[in-house]
Design a protein around this ligand. Structure first.
Ligand SMILES: *Cc1c(COP(=O)(O)O)cnc(C)c1O
Length: 396
């Protein structure tokens, strides 16, 4: 059982606020950090101002190494298989652009794939003479494993899997899809942006070749942070499309050598304060207990789904059979942006997910937008119920 009172006492948005707490349901967008994250970032910025960024970073070498160790513990990977990045999209594309493509190669993307991934795939396909094809969804809306199986041949170079889409609670069967894709030797790149921090992630169990995630969403880290995991056997074979003096070393007038491990996917310069903040966020999650956090998020999402399901005029839009902490819905006759604005007036934070973010899925369902509510473990049930009452009032 999670000690919600402790979690809230550790969260400035609640602990430092007088009066009624906000109803915060946007951890799929940009969550509320624990105090240790805020303090870590601010303290480091202050230290940089006192003694300069280089000395300040040198003082924190152990903590900087600890960032990858903490992430490694969370996802069951060796720290050397992790590259720190400034966003999930950057991490995803760092891997994607390193995979060689030749004319006739095929890239498979998921039906609920994220716009940035699809755009990158289209750009590379155009440049290389490759094709981009979408893996169909089954009747429940999740990735269709049989369809994936039937699409595969030895020209499929890379399969982009989406763990939890940005626009709903669907959880795709990643481990099964990865096993299928590996039969033809395709590389599997997993977008875990919406699962890192709210679902158990074990890269050994999932078997993926690479995985990207962001810091500011369910992990409750600072903005401008993210990471890439690359399976060591695969990493050895790949040369990133851009290099600097950290991802490689200049060994002779005509020579350079790539860094070992996932470091080859990192540049030297970074926001050290944000990176330390990400480490603090992951360590905080490990300290309070990931399983309890995940179970609380799942229970909150269930409560929202049940509550919204009972409101006349509200349609739940989550796909699939396994559901995570994102709850998406529409209100009959009401524009999603209108719903978002009205909720904002009651200090209820949700977001609107537009069709441009998940074009294939949303156009297949004829949806322009959905309202997205994503409760983290720090939300209490009274706040969930305030949200449900507000939506019911809107739907009336
Ligand atoms: C938010 C999101 C991303 C992009 O993350 P950034 O850190 O903004 O690059 C990628 N995929 C999914 C599914 C997302 O929800």
């Amino acid at each position: 059982m999670l000690d919600t009172a402790r979690i809230r006492a550790d969260t400035p948005a609640y602990a430092d606020r007088t009066g009624e707490p906000p109803v915060f349901l946007d951890s799929a967008g940009s969550s509320l950090p624990p105090r240790v994250v805020l303090d870590t970032v601010i303290e480091h910025l202050r230290r940089e101002a006192e003694i300069g960024g280089y000395r300040a970073a040198t003082e924190r070498l152990d903590d900087l190494a600890g960032v990858k160790s903490a992430i490694g513990t969370l996802i069951n990977a060796d720290p050397t298989a992790i590259a720190l990045s400034d966003s999930a999209s950057r991490a995803w594309s760092d891997f994607f652009y390193a995979v060689p493509l030749v004319p006739g190669d095929r890239i498979l993307i998921s039906g609920s794939d994220y716009a940035s991934n699809a755009i990158a795939a289209l750009q590379r396909a155009r440049a290389a003479g490759a094709t981009v094809e979408a893996i169909p969804s089954d009747e429940t809306g999740q990735l269709d494993l049989a369809a994936l199986d039937s699409m595969l041949d030895e020209r499929v170079r890379i399969v982009s899997l989406l763990h939890v889409p940005t626009n709903g609670g669907l959880v795709n069967p990643v481990a099964e899809a990865t096993r299928i894709a590996h039969r033809v030797g395709a590389l599997v790149l997993l977008d875990a942006c919406q699962s890192a921090g709210q679902l158990r992630l074990d890269v050994a169990e999932l078997g993926v070749d690479a995985m990207s995630a962001t810091g500011r969403k369910w992990l409750r880290g600072p903005r401008g942070t993210g990471f890439l995991y690359v399976r060591p056997q695969v990493c050895r074979e790949l040369e990133p499309s851009r290099l600097d003096l950290h991802s490689a070393s200049w060994t002779g007038p005509q020579e350079y050598r790539l860094a070992a491990g996932a470091t080859r996917f990192e540049f030297w310069e970074c926001d050290v304060a944000a990176r330390l903040g990400l480490g603090a966020a992951v360590q905080y999650l490990l300290d309070v207990g990931p399983d309890a956090v995940f179970a609380t998020i799942a229970a909150h999402a269930r409560r929202l789904r049940e509550g919204l399901g009972a409101v006349t005029g509200v349609t739940l839009r989550d796909l699939g059979t396994a559901h995570a902490g994102i709850v998406s819905f529409t209100v009959d006759g009401r524009d999603s942006v209108e719903v978002w604005k009205q909720l904002r007036q009651a200090d209820i934070t949700v977001t609107v997910s537009h069709s441009g973010s998940t074009l294939l899925d949303m156009s297949a369902r004829g949806l322009d937008s959905v309202v997205r509510a994503s409760p983290h473990c720090f939300v209490d049930t009274a706040e969930l119920d305030r949200f449900l009452t507000a939506v019911a009032d809107l739907a009336r």
